[in-house]
Design a protein around this ligand. Sequence first.
Ligand code: PHE
Length: 461
Amino acid sequence: MAARGGFSSKLGFIAAAAGSAIGLGNIWQFPYVAGQNGGAAFLLIYVGWIALIGLPIMVGEIAIGRRTQANPYGAYKKLGGKSWGLVGLFGILCGVMILSFYNVVSGWAFGYFLQVSFGDLLLEQDFSGFFGNYVTEFEDNFVYSFAFMVITAFIVYQGVQKGIEGAAKLLMPALFVLLISLIIYGLTLPNAMDGVRFYLFPDFSLINGTSVYSALGQAFFSLSLGMGALITYGSYIGKNDNIVSSAALVTVTDTLVSFLAGLMIFPLVFSQGQSPSEGPGLVFVALPAVFQTMGPFIGKLVGGGFFLLLCFAALTSTISLLEVPVAYLVDEKRWSRKKAVAVMALVVFAVGVPSMLGFGAVDSLTNLAYYEGTVKSAMDLVQDLFYVVGLPLGGFLMSLFIATRWTTRSMSDEISHGNSSYRGSILEKFFNIMIKYICPFVLGVMFVLTMLQKFFGVAII
Ligand code: PHE
């Protein structure tokens, strides 16, 4: 068999998996979702989900990947037969659909980076109007998101070690440096502490069923779980690497970056009296206004640095999202990596075009569906089906698969490679109980509740 490629070391895997996890979910989404859902109260629920459900699911995925040395479809098929393979295919489909809209938002970030650093974006008068217009302009979006996809494809084409691992080892440290510098800068500004207070004050009155579910969806999305990205990356790690400590490190790093992203954004927003509840526009509307007040030079530097950070974070995630279908085509269809990358990148880009056009450019895509009492765009619908519902559903099916088919005993066998003290340890008991009973139960219940609430208008919690 031709070598499938692999990471050079445990650190290589950790960098790549943390790169996959850290992305727009942490820097674009987490701060505004937390801001709208009770700040520290949301953070607590989020951390609870991560520890109880996220970490065990991550360990399970990596174990399946390393055991089978295969893409998600091949992995489920090897261990459970053709019908379980469908779970893998569903994961790959979720990955393709997530990448299709993720690339559009990455394109916005890329466009903002270029226009803040080298253009006149910071001279605008009305950033909300500018962003509203920006997302409807097809040509710009087309060009920037296409460019972003080409960069992603180029890196994935270079292969696991040179491309994915190499990019992560370069981009992740750069991301940390940018993040920490922006936090320090933000905290020195006047009124910064109001931002910290807003972000960290636990307001439990804002917690309801929806926020509990959003925190779960956010946890899956942020950790790249439920669609086989970590099965795929897990298939590239060495037999002697410790799965549990790697997964724990990735989880902690990802959560820390989400937390720090809020600590970076809210002081900046409050220092200039911008609205903290801007929602999805927070980084594209409130922040440019902040950068503007810093004067042309500092504004371009800090603002450009911020959008560059956003691009780096997004890139290591788009890489992992593209690698999943590519690994499938290379493993199962025997395609060359080059052909798989080129075809998949084009397909995913094309699938994303409706999402791109659903911000006003095309009416029917802007008002594509109606549920939860509001009109939904193409991107809303794709997000709801393949991320909000799809990822926790993927996690449910994976835990069900381990519980009923592969067995937690086989999972323990796999984890014991590279971790001689795992067997019989309290950790083993914890992961087994979680995967066998708690994850299938909790995720199954959450799936039903969300479907009822989202698409049938029945709110139970
Ligand atoms: N974890 C990434 C983020 O937080 C998104 C992602 C989801 C990447 C699923 C891969 C798989 O932005």
